[in-house]
Design a protein around this ligand. Sequence first.
Ligand code: ZN
Length: 185
Amino acid sequence: MNKREQVWLGIFLVIPLITAKAFADAFAPDEKMGFLYDILFGFVGVLLGYAVYYFTKEAKTKVRGVFAGLVIIIFILSIAFSTNSNAYPQTCQVCGYKAIEKNDPVCGHCFEEISEERMKEKGYNRIAELVYARQLYVFYQDSVEQVDFYKPEVSEDGYEKDKQWKPIIDKEDLLDLRNGIKAEK
Ligand SMILES: [Zn+2]
């Protein structure tokens, strides 16, 4: 194998390998599984990379360049994707604070947990139903008029509100709830 071929092989193997590693880290549920995911994703990455190398072997440098470009684009996209999905703390769907740490589904601010398990436990069929119910619970107060879903911007414990987050409930829902509670009394 000449120098040139080695460089091509390098491109088509190393980049998928790094990509696979980033993906593995993003998807592995915990540290222990991380190693297994590394091997599994790495194997697939190298296999795909080698396949591209092999099938473009006879192709002109230009064509190979295009394929190398594609591989690099996939690489950049997946790194961007995995750093994004890796960003902890994540935003709590219920309260909107960035208060969900890795390996702990319970929100550090409102102590709610939004998961399939919890949804079934509570007898809901959709995650949104669970979020809706828990938001009513978390945001309800006697002085409904003063509820501001986005305040304070930083909680007492130092959690930051995610400005992209949007509550499912609105003030009307809270008012209805209050009226319902009053009617019961
Ligand atoms: Zn929360």
